[in-house]
Unconditional design. Structure first.
Length: 359
């Protein structure tokens, strides 16, 4: 089985970060979302992965390379404009050939993997198997109407009056039958070739389409609040063993409580760290209180700073800023305050930004 990973979207809901970086490269627990996806694919035995890329193609390729470090072979496929998920399938037709494949949206986190779903697909081989989960407001999603044996009767994109609470999430399994479906459909009202239309075409043609309910943790990381929630979830799973601090320096005045991971070359001086917490290689914390549920990237500097429940990207510098919570700070940004801070500030700061938080 091959894989097709979609990494071409612009990520407008994650601006300002996505002005300068692909949304699939925004880190969760110090690991790009795309890498979480690729690791899940490796874990089900996939070796050949086609990666659909757009305007951030060079950045994505620079980050994950040819995939060999993860035991994968990556082939990059350019999509010049966002013309829909089924359009991605059509673009990748030569790469996919007649092989079965899994299509994975590169901004989705499925923290418990997709091994069970892959095993069911391999054993039963329907022409399409969609992963679904129950949601409180199905109007925001593609919705699957399913009969008692799990066969899909109908797929509806963002219905105003949903007849099901099963939302289609970002992983799909296909046989080569989907290629004819992608060629047969026409663009939707928004000008895109919708994968829901292609799957509905298979249903209408009498092909076997099934739904598999995903009972693990799933999140589309397309919004800031969802990104932070996902960061909390992944961090809650770390154990923070002492071996995960090898190569870091921690002085005698610092206190570590709970699971904390420190990258090589990280330095902690007169600081209190409360896990779950991940700090990247080369970062320096001085006189700071950090965590819980915080991920700090590589080569950051925090001085006299208090931050929790936040994501700090690589190279950021924070000085004399207290009680930060629910923040996402971009790469090489500088945040400092010249006076005594208040409490409870939230900052969404993009790359190369400098902010002064006034007293």
């Amino acid at each position: 089985m091959k894989a097709l990973v979609l990494s071409g979207g612009e990520g407008t809901r994650l601006r300002p970060f996505t002005y300068s970086m692909a949304k699939q490269l925004v880190p969760v627990a110090n690991k790009p979302v795309l890498v979480h996806c690729l690791e899940n694919l490796r874990d089900i035995g996939v070796e050949d992965v086609g990666v659909i890329v757009g305007g951030h193609a060079a950045q994505i390729e620079a980050t994950v390379g040819d995939g060999s470090q993860m035991g994968l072979r990556l082939t990059y496929i350019r999509q010049e404009a966002p013309l829909g998920l089924a359009h991605c399938v059509a673009l990748a037709a030569d790469f996919l050939g007649d092989d079965d494949f899994v299509m994975y949206l590169g901004d989705n986190i499925l923290a418990d993997g997709i091994t069970e779903a892959a095993e069911v697909f391999r054993a039963t081989r329907p022409d399409a198997q969609v992963l679904v989960t129950k949601v409180s407001d199905p109007r925001q999603y593609g919705v699957a109407e399913v009969d008692q044996d799990g066969s899909v009767l109908r797929l509806v994109e963002k219905p105003s009056t949903p007849r099901s609470d099963l939302a289609v999430i970002g992983v799909y399994f296909f046989t080569s039958a989907v290629h004819a479906a992608a060629r047969a459909i026409r663009p939707s009202a928004r000008g895109e070739l919708e994968i829901t239309d292609a799957i509905q075409y298979l249903v209408d043609q009498g092909r076997r389409v099934t739904a598999r309910e995903y009972d693990g943790y799933w999140k589309d990381t397309g919004k800031i609040d969802d990104l932070l929630e996902c960061n909390r979830e992944i961090l809650s799973r770390i154990d923070g063993r002492p071996a995960q601090r090898a190569g870091a320096e921690i002085d005698a005045e610092s206190v570590i409580v709970g699971p904390v991971v420190l990258g090589p070359g990280a330095r902690v001086v007169r600081s209190t760290l409360t896990g779950p917490l991940v700090i990247g290689p080369g970062s320096v914390l001085m006189g700071s209180t950090v965590g819980p549920y915080t991920a700090i990237g590589r080569d950051c500097v925090l001085e006299d700073t208090g931050v929790r429940d936040s994501i700090i990207l690589e190279g950021a510098a924070l000085q004399n800023v207290r009680d930060l919570r629910g923040c996402v700070i971009g790469r090489w940004a500088e945040v400092r305050t010249p006076g005594t801070p208040d409490t409870g500030r939230q900052l969404i700061i993009g790359d190369h930004t400098r902010a002064e938080v006034m007293a």
